[in-house]
Design a protein around this ligand. Structure first.
Ligand code: HEM
Length: 484
């Protein structure tokens, strides 16, 4: 966290002088110069915030990595962030991301950002149906070799296995097929470079000079070159969302501009880095919970039977969006994984002094500070979700239907699950993400037997704290074989 927001010149001012004004929330400074409470927060964010809440209530400010961040913990107060959007800016936070992908034009041209956002409508509606069709075809290509090979048990590492499948399937569905005969080697090389780059991404968001981050500059350059207009023009079967983005980018840049590739890298990053750990955790929890595995398998079998699809040899599954939407058991499993494993936050920069008018107590925020909501706190609230640390595949099912009512202090919550963010910046890929994870799980469960080899429990590693779904703290060994 400290790395994220470093500005050393603020150090003396921020750490050594008093930082309180009347009406401001309680302040927890920590004892480490500059880092403040970063280490406690990163070690176990939920427990740490819980302890602070007990002492200070639902709104307090922490000094973290050279910044003052006010946390709003009460879910009924989350709308304060949306209500005050004219005084709270997303830009400062976005700029860190733009810089990490070397996107410079976005910093100056607001209309470019707006135009790119209009392309995200092609992740919904009819375009989403087409994406799902292409995804299913691409899954067949990725899985069929596994099906042919895996008649005996194969041992694999779950994170690596899920990364490999989801990266290839997502990349091909959005950007199309590589034309070359050595397609497999090219995709493997792209994937390996991509994950090396992603491994350094957290540092890229910091103010640490790029040259101190090993080979990340050259890796980024290589990836961006692989995603240049010229290279991508040779791909076959590109998605509508890609084409619309490319056309939009060509309005602002020369076609050969390096930065177009940087935009594609940023989109590729957004489209896989959360979906992969979500799929990994879903597979992990299903293997650990036989009752969940059997309920989900029953639901799949039932749907395949009712749609006249046989499980015979070869890959033949075809499901529509409506059919996937109707799978409440699978849906509940995916939502439960997102509830347990999402540690993203919504963070805004305070552009001018501001008073948050709350029902309980007004709180003054100071220009130059940050304000954050951290939905993982809501997701782990025992008043809302009984035994929140437990995986319960049917948590989002009630009377055989999707459960959508959750309460706190006897009041119905408007938002009870927020892994995709909130407000105008909410993830535009959320519908595609859930469909993709569902269809990959269906294929995996229909055609393969899966077993955990090593049964030691794993927990999130907090390496992506505030940015999305966490990976586990160690690899998970499992085995799979094609069903006879
Ligand atoms: C489980 C999977 C996913 C999760 C948990 C997730 C979560 C998020 C979150 C938390 C944000 C930031 C929202 C905010 O700041 O309020 C975001 C942004 C974004 N996501 Fe996703 N995402 C997922 C999958 C996807 C997929 C599959 C795509 C594309 C196909 C995608 C595209 C994007 C884009 C383009 C943005 C940036 C939007 C902007 O510029 O405002 N995401 N996502």
């Amino acid at each position: 966290i400290g790395l994220l927001t470093a500005k050393p010149y603020l150090l003396g001012k921020l750490f050594f002088f008093s930082y309180r004004r009347p009406g401001e929330p309680p302040l927890i400074k920590g004892w480490l110069p500059y880092l403040g409470v970063a280490l406690q927060f990163q070690k176990n964010p939920l427990n740490y915030l819980k302890a602070l809440q007990k002492q200070h209530g639902d709104i307090f400010t922490v000094f973290l990595g050279g910044r003052y961040i006010t946390f709003i913990l009460d879910p009924f107060q989350y709308q304060l962030l949306i209500k005050n959007h004219n005084k709270l800016s997303f830009k400062v936070f976005c700029h860190k991301f733009f810089k990490a992908f070397s996107l410079t034009k976005l910093l100056e041209h607001g209309e470019l950002n707006d135009d790119i956002h209009t392309c995200y409508q092609f992740l919904q509606g009819k375009s989403l149906d087409i994406l799902l069709e292409d995804l299913t075809k691409n899954l067949k290509q990725v899985f069929e070799p596994h099906l042919l090979r895996a008649t005996n048990w194969n041992v694999a590492q779950l994170c690596t296995f899920c990364s490999s499948i989801l990266f290839e399937v997502t990349f091909t569905t959005i950007y199309g097929h590589l034309p070359a005969d050595n397609r497999k080697e090219l995709i493997n090389e792209l994937r390996d470079d991509f994950f090396k780059f992603d491994g350094k991404f957290y540092y890229l968001l910091s103010d640490i000079p790029l040259d101190l981050l090993g080979n990340v500059r050259s890796l980024r350059k290589k990836l961006i070159q692989c995603l240049s207009s010229e290279k991508l023009a040779k791909m076959q079967g590109q998605s509508e969302v890609f084409q619309k983005r490319q056309n939009t980018l060509e309005k602002y840049y020369a076609r050969e501009d390096f930065e177009i590739g940087a935009h594609h890298l940023a989109f590729l990053w957004a489209s896989v880095t959360n979906s992969i750990p979500t799929m990994m955790w879903a597979t992990y929890y299903l293997m650990r919970h036989p009752e969940a595995m059997s309920a989900v398998r029953d639901e799949i079998d039932h749907l395949l039977q009712s749609t006249g699809q046989k499980k015979g040899s070869g890959f033949s599954i075809h499901l529509t969006r409506e059919q996937l939407d109707s799978m409440i058991c699978l849906e509940s499993t995916v939502l439960e994984v997102l509830r347990l494993c999402s540690l993203s936050g919504t963070i805004r920069f305070v552009q001018e002094d501001l008073t948050l008018d709350s029902e309980l107590k007004d709180s003054c925020l100071r220009k130059g500070d940050f304000v954050a909501i951290f939905p993982a706190f809501l997701h782990n609230d025992p008043e809302i979700f009984e035994a929140p640390q437990e995986f319960r595949y049917d948590r989002f099912i009630e009377d055989g239907k999707k459960k959508t009512t959750f309460y706190k202090r006897g009041k119905k919550l408007k938002s009870y699950l927020m892994p995709f963010g909130t407000g105008t910046t909410k993830c535009p890929g959320r519908f595609f993400a859930v469909l993709e994870i569902k269809i990959v799980l269906i294929v995996l469960l229909t055609y393969f037997d899966l077993e955990l080899i090593d049964d030691k429990p794993v927990k999130p590693n907090y390496n992506r704290l505030l940015f999305g779904i966490e990976y586990p703290d160690s690899e998970v060994l499992f085995r799979y074989r094609a069903k006879s």
